[in-house]
Design a protein around this ligand. Structure first.
Ligand code: PRX
Length: 667
């Protein structure tokens, strides 16, 4: 039997294994048993307003809401008439509860000064200190003319100041738009334009795998493509030393040093009472059209969604040290590095750099040194650690861990088992959490003290989440039949729209299946009602847990002077989950060659960011199209996956195109 087929059989056997929650864990958990979960779930679905109204009492409100929910499908308003402030909830409320001296943020920088395994610079920031930093920064923003309702762009490394910037915006009612530091200058310019943002907060650079990421330079380049921005706030992170000269450009009148901005500011800044439905942030994510869209999240519902899920899914206790390895540039960083944790008064660890710097023991060394109790990461990272070998893990004392989580992409049962056995020593429950930028909060997940888990499934819906598997007409599928994953009722942290494009919200999310929110994912439910996510069924691909639109990459490719047409599809990739295959036709006077391949790959990196670089470029004389001229992506996907096409090709315009593509593949 080949390795591949025995792997597949192992995987099936592992899928059938059931792990009850450890008894010790259940005893002190927020939800102790599956029966308790089922009872609470039933109540939350039968009477969502009573359920969420009660949950919302845990937050601080300047003014209580008049109504929990106003639902005019597909438009929801939560906590109508309520007034609150997210930064107040994450800081002042925690201090009032006696947590002023508790660590809000623990941070570790990437560069290691001493011996390997000793880690980098560490900062411990208490709730009181964080409040002071946020107030000063918020006052600094005000001094630059930032007002309630403005959009502020944040393009920062993983440093505490990234969280300070977010909370500072929230304090004065400005909406932030965080852009992941791996995106290119073009991507920054596009997002700044779309968000109509005239302030950018960045840093002179950040550290990643021992290199300096030139964040400020990327911003400078972006600002040659748009003239909307009037102020750039620059945090000094990497500095310049004789051993490490790092020059940045400075534009007088436009650029402002962070430290100079906050120096003279007061540590008192009143938290702006925001309407529950006021925008908290915009976050750009890829969809099935060319340009990423700005997902809109509001104040009350979002905060409640992330506060309640953090509490129940991570089963937070007062002495936890929680670490989510996601960057704040993604929704996971917004919801489960910053807002969900701080609104629970928890300690959240931030790490600046790469998992394999200086080697693959970095994460485990961090867990050991900071006594991390809850660890939340992506399946891609787990697969990379598996490949690197367990010796990197075994060198460290990981007994502080009590809960492990994953997010971002389907986790294969082998990786799940490795995570459980090698990292968790079989002691720690695993929460495989399914959700999206649009959902704002975790939607399908085990509750660690209650839900028996099986490797590879995100198990059951969170309270109030009416998830189902349906066909295109909305009819529910029988057990174990694949279909579309939808949500049938509103939930507090749901997106409220797409920035700058109000019509698209309804069309994009509430039209494919009548009267239901369509997630874009395919899935099945097993005989126990557990959800098994199969992946996207639209033109979105998931590379290492990062979401990319095929059309976005195609647009980048056709912008190259040699390219005539391009079609991009996802293909299975052992490490990344999905890889990117690009089929490209060239202008008549251009000839395919290896040089051009490399050039095109780098070109996409420049247009979008390194994360979007194709794994494969395949030159073709023509692309397979239907008689009506549509590119047949299904065939390309099959070709990229299996090296051949077995499916129905009766609507294909020109069979010979396919034959040529296949011949190229085989040669
Ligand atoms: O396909 C699903 C996959 O990631 C998509 C959402 O991507 P994004 O908006 O970038 O948010 C990622 C972090 C929340 C989903 O449509 N996905 C996310 N979590 C899981 C998952 N697929 C399977 N299992 C998961 N746990």
């Amino acid at each position: 039997m080949s390795d591949a087929s025995s792997g597949a059989i192992d995987s099936v056997l592992q899928e059938q294994r059931v792990f009850p929650p450890p008894m010790e864990f259940s005893k002190s958990a927020h939800v102790h048993s599956i029966d308790e979960y089922r009872q609470m779930y039933k109540e939350s679905i039968e009477n969502p307003e009573a359920f969420w109204g009660k949950m919302a009492e845990q937050l601080h409100w300047f003014k209580k809401w008049d109504r929990v929910l106003d639902w005019k499908p597909p438009f929801a308003k939560w906590f109508v008439g309520g007034k609150l402030n997210v930064s107040y909830n994450c800081l002042d409320l925690q201090i009032e509860r006696g947590n002023g001296d508790k660590a809000a943020i623990l941070w570790e920088g990437e560069p290691v000064g001493g011996m390997p395994g000793t880690g980098g610079a560490v900062h411990r920031i208490s709730y009181q200190q964080l409040r002071d930093m946020v107030c000063r920064f918020a006052n600094g923003l005000k001094s630059l003319g930032v007002k309630k309702g403005d959009r502020v762009t944040i393009y920062m490394p993983m440093v505490p100041e990234a969280a300070v910037a977010m909370l500072g915006c929230a304090r004065i009612g400005a909406a932030h738009s965080v852009i992941f530091g791996g995106f290119s200058s073009q991507a920054i310019a596009d997002r700044v334009e779309d968000a109509q943002s005239d302030i950018i907060i960045t840093a002179d650079g950040g550290f990643r795998r021992g290199q300096i990421v030139p964040l400020k330079q990327n911003v400078d380049d972006a600002l040659t493509k748009t003239n909307r921005v009037r102020k750039v706030i620059v945090l000094e992170r990497v500095g310049a030393t004789p051993e490490r000269p790092h020059k940045i450009q400075w534009v007088e009148g436009r650029d402002v040093w962070w430290h100079e901005l906050v120096q003279k500011q007061s540590t008192e800044c009143p938290a702006e009472p925001m309407d529950a439905e006021d925008t908290l942030f915009v976050l750009y994510t890829s969809g099935s059209t060319g340009k990423p869209k700005g997902i809109l999240h509001t104040t009350g519902g979002f905060l409640l969604g992330v506060q309640s899920t953090s509490k129940y899914v991570f089963d937070l206790r007062p002495d936890d040290v929680y670490w989510c390895s996601a960057d704040v540039g993604w929704i996971t960083g917004h919801s489960y590095v910053v807002y969900g944790l701080l609104s629970n008064g928890a300690t959240t660890l931030m790490y600046e750099g790469a998992p394999n710097f200086p080697d693959f023991s970095r994460f485990w060394s961090l867990i050991e040194r900071h006594r991390v109790t809850i660890f939340y990461t992506a399946p891609t990272a787990i697969r990379a650690f598996m490949r690197a070998g367990r010796e990197f893990v075994d060198r460290h004392d990981l007994r502080s861990l009590r809960l492990l989580g994953t997010v971002g992409e389907p986790i294969n049962p082998e990786a799940w088992m490795w995570y459980r056995d090698v990292v968790g020593h079989g002691r720690c429950p695993i929460v495989d959490t399914w959700w999206q930028t649009e959902t704002g909060m975790i939607m399908i997940t085990p509750l660690p003290g209650a839900t028996p888990t099986k490797p590879g499934t995100a198990t059951l819906p969170f309270f109030g989440v009416d998830a189902a598997i349906v066909d295109r007409s909305g009819k529910e599928m029988a057990a174990n039949q694949g279909g579309l994953l939808v949500i049938r009722k509103p939930w507090p942290a749901m997106l409220r729209g797409i920035f700058n494009d109000p019509d698209r919200y309804q069309k994009q999310y509430w039209s494919d299946v009548p009267n239901m929110y369509f997630t874009g994912d395919g899935a099945r439910r097993d005989q126990d009602g557990y959800f098994w996510i199969m992946g996207r069924v639209d033109d979105v691909i998931n590379v290492s847990g990062h979401r990319l639109g095929t059309m976005e990459i195609e647009s980048a490719l056709v912008a190259h002077p040699s390219v005539a047409e391009a079609a991009v599809v996802g293909m299975p990739h052992e490490m990344k989950g999905q890889g990117i295959a690009a089929f490209v036709t060239l202008d008549a006077d251009k000839t395919p060659n290896e040089e051009l391949k490399k050039e095109l790959i780098n070109w996409v990196g420049k247009q979008i960011g390194s994360l979007a670089k194709p794994d494969q470029i395949r030159f073709a004389e023509a692309l397979p199209k239907t008689r009506s001229g549509k590119i047949m992506r299904r065939l390309l996907k099959e070709l990229a996956t299996n090296g051949q096409v077995a499916g129905d090709v009766t609507t294909l315009e020109d069979y010979s195109v396919l034959a040529k593509l296949r011949d190229k593949e085989e040669s």
